[in-house]
Every structure is written in structure tokens, then in C-alpha cells.
Design a protein around this ligand. Structure first.
Ligand SMILES: *[C@@H]1O[C@H](CO)[C@@H](O)[C@H](O)[C@H]1NC(C)=O
Ligand SMILES: *[C@@H]1O[C@H](CO)[C@@H](O)[C@H](O)[C@H]1NC(C)=O
Ligand SMILES: *[C@@H]1O[C@H](CO)[C@@H](O)[C@H](O)[C@H]1NC(C)=O
Length: 453
């Protein structure tokens, strides 16, 4: 029963023993499990519902036991499950057909005499519903089958009509709005604006692209240009997602997109770039850790005072609230961290970099972008919700977690990836341990004292 206390257990192999009894419900608490092998024992009972929380599992071997009951449907939606061995048990009922059950070489169900259905590769008998079937029942069944067929045909026709209507609507919606909000700009213009992508204009390198400072020739406005590294996997997707997100939002604490460039460069390679308002004061990262970020010119070391920190934190909170609750299609940012919080000339924060953003499940844009942004990528170590690493779906709470880390970082000056945070010591534990009031406020108190004396 105590196995549930092993929260970080990733593999459990107790196969080929003489263990019996049922699988304890508490096993569902081992949410980090990747491999569970309990084959060749004498376990019985059904697979408990609590197993549903083992979303990160890749290998599940229950073979050669005496398990019974139906095969739970939730195994179908385990995205990472690659090997499933249920062979030589007493399972009964219908074999699911999706997810891991699509592959008869990696899913093994032999030696379960009472199973039916599934894909033809499993060579199981068809499922028969009901047991006593008189002629009359047959007749009724045939009649209702007839009616159902009729209804199906009608709904099929309706569905085809609807789909062809959608096809006409959707691409138009996406492309035209991007064009309207982000009129195209040529490769040549960007090349000139960034001084030929010169290294002196380079202000940062992100997950999918490099960001350059530039000046548009026709009106002299300062811009930031993110040039996507199209060779890397996911860059193109992140470009599409970012356009999709940015065209849907408008808020004073979010980075404004000016235009996009989508075309070919002079060598004929695909070229994609996003042009933003230039933020004079760089990113919050540079202000929090001025020594870690090399500065190009001989600028004086940057300092951000307590009131500014509070204003920045409030602005980021407003931006998140807007993304999560106020805008028409809620958005989850998924990569909130100081380097994605640029500051304008007045030190006002504008949250940016939506390359990993997702729409919450169930929203109307859910399918468009979520399947585009790469599945494995969900933010940055130290800021991302730890459960994301275990296959948890994206949640608003994930952004709130990152925001919490950001706050702790802003007021302690320590990054969550600081060398001192090892083993069990995290930024969060550290803040919980030290006297925060003293740590955060002492410098200010000392300064005040200095001013008065
Ligand atoms: C397996 O379980 C069934 C009941 O589900 C029981 O009748 C049978 O005796 C069990 N077999 C073994 C080998 O324990
Ligand atoms: C089943 O999985 C194996 C091993 O991962 C793979 O080689 C094979 O192509 C898969 N078959 C199907 C039909 O997906
Ligand atoms: C499942 O287990 C059985 C019996 O232990 C074994 O013969 C078979 O190869 C296994 N199948 C897979 C796909 O691992």
C-alpha cells in the first residue's frame, strides 16, 4: 500500500515473483512512473481507476497474472504508452481500438479468452451485445438498424455539407486576418533594417530564433526582429502559433507585433521573421542578473528599484489575467520567464514570446495551435510546472506557477537555476526557509537609514 508514497518512482519491476492480491489504488500516486512491470505473478482483480493518473507511463506489463474485468478505456489516451502487455490473464469485454491499441506488435493480449472486438490484427471474435436473442429481438434489431442507417445517411450528408462550408471559412479566417494585422514585409527591408543581421544588432537568441535590433528605413522606427531558425524542429510551428496568438490579442502589457515576413531569402531558402515594437530597456532578465548578460556598450550596471519591481510584477499579472480570462480565446503562455518580459523606455513590462503558447483544451482554437506547437516543449526548466515533464496537459495553473517563480526571483534576485539550488533545495524551499522579510527589505531599510542619518 505504501508504494504510493514513492512520488518520484519512475520504474517498478517486480515481475516473476509469487506476489498476489490486487493492485493497490495508491499506485496511482506514483505519477512519475514510466515503466511498470508486474508480469508473472498471481495478482487478480481489475485494473484500478487510479491508474488513470499515470499519464507518463511508457511500458505496462501485466502479463501472466489472473487479472479480470474490462480493459479500461483510459489506456487509449496515454500518449506515451508504447508497450502494453496484458497477455495470459482473464480480461473480458471489448478491446479498445485507439492509441496503443492500434499496434498489434507492441500491444499483446493473447491468452485472454473472453476478449472481443479491437482492430482486426488482434484476431478477436466480434463483440455480441446481449445474450438471449429470440427471433423477435432479431426483428426489432433489424428494424432499428434500418432506422439508424437512415439517420446516419442523413447526418453524413449534413456533415459533408458542414465540412465543405467550414473548409471555405477557416483558411480564409486565418490567412486574411494575419494579412490584415501583420502585412508582409520583404526580406530586403529586414536585411537593411538589421544591418545585414550584423552581430552588433543581435540582442538575444531564443528557443526558435535570434532577435535583432533594427531600424525601419522608411519611417525610422526602432524594431525588434525575431528571425526563426527554420532548420530546427518546431520553429515553423512556433511561427504559426505566435501569429495565431498575437493576432487574437491586444493589451498594454503584451508585446505588440508590428508585422511578419514570410518569404524566401536571396539564396532561395524559406525565411520567416516577426517584427515587434522595440523595447528600449531590454528584458527583465538583464535587469535582474546584469552580470550574467554581457552588454554591448559600456553601459552602467542596470538596477531596478523596489517600486519598479512591484510595477513590473503587477503588469505581468495583468497580462496573464488578460490571456487567461479576458481575451476572446483564452491563451496559456507556457514559457513565462524574465527573458520573455521585455521592458519599454518607461520600465513598463510587455510580456512576449508566444512561440510555445497553447489554447486550453476545449477552446475553439484548441486544435489549430495545440497540434502545431511541439508536444514535448513546455517551457523552461526552473519555470515550467514540474508536472509538465510527466505528460500533464497544459494548464493555466502552469503559467501561475511560472509567475510565482518569477516573483520569487524578482524579489530575491536569485534565479531558480542558480548553482546553489541542488538536490532538494529549490528557490521555493529557500524562500520558505530564510527570513524573507529580512532578505528582501534589509537593503532598502539600510538605504533609508543611510538617508536619514
Ligand atoms: C483466476 O480468477 C478466477 C476468478 O476471477 C478464479 O476462478 C480462478 O480460480 C483464478 N485462477 C487462478 C489460477 O488463481
Ligand atoms: C508498431 O510499433 C512498432 C515498434 O514501435 C513499429 O515498428 C511499427 O511500425 C508500428 N506499427 C504500426 C502499424 O504503427
Ligand atoms: C508479453 O508477455 C508474454 C508473456 O510474458 C510474452 O511472451 C510476450 O512476448 C510479451 N509481449 C510483448 C509485446 O512484450
Amino acid at each position: 500500500m505504501e508504494v504510493g508514497n514513492l512520488r518520484f518512482l519512475t520504474a517498478l519491476d517486480i515481475s516473476e515473483n509469487m506476489l498476489g492480491g490486487e493492485i493497490p489504488n495508491s499506485l496511482g500516486d506514483c505519477v512519475a512512473l514510466v515503466s511498470l512491470r508486474i508480469g508473472d505473478n498471481s495478482f487478480h482483480g481489475s485494473i484500478p481507476q487510479s491508474i488513470k493518473s499515470l499519464r507518463g507511463i511508457e511500458e505496462l506489463d501485466l502479463s501472466h497474472n489472473n487479472f479480470s474485468g474490462e480493459i479500461p478505456q483510459f489506456l487509449e489516451v496515454f500518449r506515451f504508452l508504447k508497450v502494453l502487455n496484458l497477455s495470459y490473464n482473464n480480461f473480458e469485454g471489448m478491446l479498445p481500438r485507439e492509441g496503443v491499441f492500434e499496434n498489434a506488435t507492441t500491444t499483446s493480449i493473447i491468452g485472454n479468452a473472453k476478449l472481443c472486438g479491437g482492430l482486426p490484427e488482434f484476431q478477436l471474435p466480434k463483440c455480441i451485445s446481449g445474450s438471449s436473442k429470440s427471433r423477435k429481438v432479431h426483428h426489432v434489431l433489424r428494424l432499428s438498424a434500418f432506422v439508424i442507417c437512415g439517420l446516419l445517411v442523413i447526418s453524413l450528408v449534413l456533415a459533408i455539407l458542414y465540412l465543405s462550408w467550414c473548409k471555405k471559412q477557416v483558411p480564409e479566417l486565418v490567412s486574411s486576418s494575419i494579412d490584415v494585422l501583420c502585412p508582409n514585409i520583404s526580406y530586403g527591408t529586414i536585411l537593411k533594417a538589421t544591418n545585414g543581421f550584423s552581430s552588433t544588432n543581435l540582442v538575444g537568441v531564443g528557443s526558435f530564433g535570434s532577435v535583432y535590433k533594427g531600424v525601419l528605413e522608411d519611417n525610422g522606427t526602432n524594431v525588434a526582429v525575431k528571425v526563426l531558425h527554420l532548420v530546427g524542429r518546431g520553429a515553423l510551428k512556433s511561427f504559426i502559433v505566435e501569429c495565431e496568438v498575437l493576432r487574437n490579442i491586444r493589451h498594454r502589457n503584451l508585446l505588440k507585433i508590428m508585422t511578419v515576413c514570410s518569404g524566401v531569402d536571396y539564396q532561395g531558402n524559406d525565411f520567416k521573421a516577426i517584427v515587434y515594437d522595440f523595447m528600449d530597456n531590454g528584458s527583465l532578465e538583464q535587469w535582474l542578473h546584469p552580470n550574467a548578460t554581457p552588454s554591448h556598450e559600456n553601459e552602467p550596471p542596470k538596477k531596478v528599484n523596489f517600486i519598479e519591481r512591484i510595477n513590473i510584477a503587477t503588469s505581468v499579472a495583468f497580462a496573464l489575467d488578460y490571456l487567461h480570462h479576458q481575451c476572446h480565446n483564452p491563451i496559456i503562455h507556457c514559457d513565462l520567464k524574465p527573458s520573455n518580459v521585455p521592458l519599454d523606455a518607461h520600465m513598463v513590462a510587455h510580456v512576449g514570446d508566444f512561440g510555445l503558447a497553447k489554447f486550453p483544451l476545449g477552446s475553439s482554437l484548441d486544435t489549430i495551435a495545440n497540434h502545431m506547437s511541439s508536444m514535448g516543449l513546455r517551457g523552461t526548466i526552473g519555470y515550467a510546472l514540474p508536472e509538465y515533464a510527466m505528460g500533464c496537459e497544459v494548464l493555466r495553473e502552469g503559467d501561475v506557477y511560472s509567475f510565482g517563480v518569477l516573483l520569487l526571483e524578482m524579489f530575491t534576485g536569485l534565479s531558480p537555476t542558480n548553482d546553489r539550488f541542488k538536490d532538494n533545495m529549490t528557490l521555493h524551499n529557500f524562500v520558505a526557509m530564510v527570513n524573507v522579510v529580512e532578505w528582501v527589505f534589509m537593503p532598502y531599510v539600510q538605504k533609508l537609514e543611510g538617508a536619514f542619518s
